[in-house]
Design a protein around this ligand. Structure first.
Ligand SMILES: Nc1ncnc2c1ncn2[C@@H]1O[C@H](COP(=O)(O)OP(=O)(O)OP(=O)(O)O)[C@@H](O)[C@H]1O
Ligand SMILES: [Mg+2]
Length: 376
């Protein structure tokens, strides 16, 4: 842990996402200092000249770091730059990656009369998640936060959230990090202040966080050891949700996943985790050896309860695929043996999988439901 009495925040993202606009507003409200890397590069000549084609400075990163090190190490800076991997981990307490829809970004960059090549490269970079990947590769997962910056309301809500993170940081709640911050309640009727996702599975947690972060829903997680009742899967999930809301005394989200082999009339279904543990990927394939039909359904069921006195609501997503010999990284359950349109879940990019997965579909229904609650 550093000895800084004020935190350092990086605000990064593709050119035009709104870094400078966010930094200025934030500096005004928090008293933190806006450190425009662009200005430092220019003023302190931390560059190797001007690139005509790209209309930008060719940055000398070593010179840049030397120029800011003494100040930044003291803390209290908001660093405004379209890259983040150059700043040492030990300097940084929070990394905000701003995101924007392609259409809005296109409009903003054409308004600036960017050269065609620079325009195209920046749009590609935004579409390909370059900056968020860079941030995730360079810093601990807990301090990297992705926020949308498409309109003025989103900017306002982002700045408020960063401000409350800053207040809790100063209040010595550093350990709580971003997840401990009360999010802005954008769903005044029903929305959870903070939604507790009952899971002990770090991969599921990060998947759910990635999908719901677009909705400004802040997820905390608490593993609870809940006894599972026998019966229809939906009953199991509803029962689990009720018990969790009782224990947490607040809003909760629980999840159950089934993998159903069609040739086996839906088995292993809810028993997939025990089958996987005892049989492994190969054993699961062997179950289907006698059958031509290798098709399977991945089913995800979420149950949300607003609190102990509320009936759980179910959201279900189904993805059709087939069972194949394991391919791709094997760190997430049965992902390597479930193939969807030629690729196993394990082989897919996370962002691609998040578009079609059973879990993503279930979460999309959850999101949609929240949005309706808000407008009613
Ligand atoms: N959330 C937002 N909603 C609407 N307009 C925005 C938003 N954020 C920024 N803009 C507008 O987009 C343009 C680019 O914003 P800004 O200069 O803050 O981006 P930047 O990320 O700092 O870009 P650069 O990397 O080139 O410095 C400005 O005209 C700004 O007013
Ligand atoms: Mg800027």
């Amino acid at each position: 842990m550093s000895t800084r009495t004020l935190p350092n925040i990086i605000i990064t993202g593709t050119p035009g996402v709104g870094k400078t606009s966010h930094c200025e507003l934030l500096a005004e409200r928090t008293g933190l200092k806006h450190l425009s890397v662009n200005d430092v590069v220019k003023d302190k000549e931390c560059h190797e000249g001007w690139d005509e084609e790209y209309q930008s400075w060719i940055v000398d990163e070593d010179k840049l770091l030397d120029a800011i090190e003494e100040d930044v190490k003291k803390g209290g800076y908001i660093i405004d730059w379209h890259a983040c991997d150059l700043f040492p981990k030990s300097w940084i307490d929070l990394v905000i990656v701003l995101r924007v829809d392609t259409k809005a970004l296109y409009d903003r960059l054409t308004a600036r009369k960017y050269p065609e090549i620079k325009l195209q490269e920046n749009l590609d970079s935004e579409i390909m998640d370059v900056l968020i990947q860079e941030a995730r590769d360079s810093y601990d997962e807990e301090i990297v936060v992705e926020l949308q910056s498409n309109d003025a309301d989103e900017m306002e809500s982002n700045v408020e959230r960063i401000e409350s993170w800053f207040e809790s940081w100063k209040g010595d709640n550093k350990k709580e990090g971003w997840e401990g911050v009360q999010p802005i309640n954008i769903y005044p009727n029903m929305a959870p202040q903070t939604l507790n996702f009952i899971t002990g599975n770090a991969n599921k947690l990060s998947e759910v966080k990635a999908i719901l972060s677009a909705n400004n829903i802040s997820i905390t997680s608490q593993p609870l050891d809940l006894p599972e009742i026998q019966g229809d899967l939906n009953d199991v999930t509803i029962d689990k949700c009720k018990r969790a809301a009782e224990i947490i005394q607040g809003p909760v989200l629980v999840e159950d996943t089934c993998l159903c082999f069609n040739a086996l009339k839906g088995l292993p279904g809810p028993y997939i985790k025990w089958f996987l543990t005892s049989l492994g990927h190969e054993g699961l394939n062997n179950l289907l050896a006698a059958y031509e039909d290798k098709s399977a359904q991945a089913v995800c069921t979420f149950a949300y309860s607003a609190g102990p006195d509320h009936e759980p609501i179910l959201f279900q997503g189904i993805t059709d695929g087939k069972i194949v010999s394991a391919r791709g990284p094997g760190n997430f359950g049965w992902d390597p043996i479930f193939e969807y349109e030629g690729q196993t879940y394990a082989e897919m990019e996370k962002s691609e999988k998040n578009k079609i997965s059973h879990r993503a579909k279930a979460l999309a229904k959850l999101q949609e439901w929240f949005a309706k609650e808000m407008s009613s």
